[in-house]
Ligand binder design. Sequence first.
Ligand SMILES: [Zn+2]
Length: 284
Amino acid sequence: MAEKNTRLKIFHAGYCTHPEHIILRNKNRKDIPFPAMFALIMHPQRGPMLFDTGYSERFFSETKRFPSSIYRRITPVHFSEKDAAAHQLQQYGVAAKDIQYVVISHFHADHIAALGDFPNAKYIYLAKAFDDVRNRKGISALIRAFLPGLIPRDFMERSITIDRKPPVELPLDYIPFRWGWDLCEDMSVIAVELPGHAVGQIGLFINTDVKTRYFLIADACWLQQSYQQNIMPHPITRLLFADYKEYRKTLEKIHQIYLERPQLHIIPSHCMKTVTQHEHNTQS
Ligand SMILES: [Zn+2]
C-alpha cells in the first residue's frame, strides 16, 4: 500500500562552537557545540526534499581568503567528509540526485553550504531573503554571514520563490502564527516567516500524522532554553541580526506556541540537545 503520510528525519552536517553565555546570558563561558541541522522530508507525492543543508567542504574553500576567513575564525567549524548531507543521505538510502527540493531557511553559510550537492533540486525560499544578500561581496557579505561562492551558478533558474503565491490563513491551532505557505498543497509542510535573525528567514511546520507536528524554527533562537524561558541572547548578537526588534517578536511567538501547544516538537537548528534527541526519534 502506498505511504500516505509525510515523514521527517533530522540530521546535522558538522557543528561550530561558541561560548554558552552569549546565548543564555548566564555565567558559563565554556564553548559549547552548535550543530548545523538539516532535515529530510519525505512527501508521498512530491518526493524527498530538504530543509537546509548544513556545512560542506565548500565552506572551507570559500573561507580561505580574507575577509571571509574572519568568518571561520569567529565560528570554528568541525566537519569531515562523512558529515556531508549528501553522504549521510546516501547512507540512509536517499541519493543526492533524487532530492527534489531544498527549502532554504535563510542564506547564512551554515544553512546553504551544500546547495551545490543536489543536482536536480529546486530551491525554495522567500524572495526577500535572497534579495538581501545576492549583490553583497567582501565585508558586506561577511556581516550577513553570506559566502557568495556557495550559491550554484544555475541557482536562479532552479529557484521557486515561496511568495510568488499569497499565504493561506492557518487554522487556530497554529496561533500566534496566522499566515503560512502551504508548500505541498495538503497542509503537511507549511512555511512561516520568522523574521529578525535574517531578512526573510522561514521556518517549517511539518505534520507527519494527525497527532504529530514539528516546527523547524531555523535560527529564530539557538537553544531550547531560549524559547522555553523567552531568553534573548547577549546584546552583542545585535551585530549579527537583521532586525533585533523583529527577533524579539519572533521569539515571543515561539515562546507562546510552546506554552499553548505542549505536544508540538520545536526544533531550533543549532540546539545540540534537541537535534540529537530528534535524530534518534524521527524516521522516514
Ligand atoms: Zn543564521
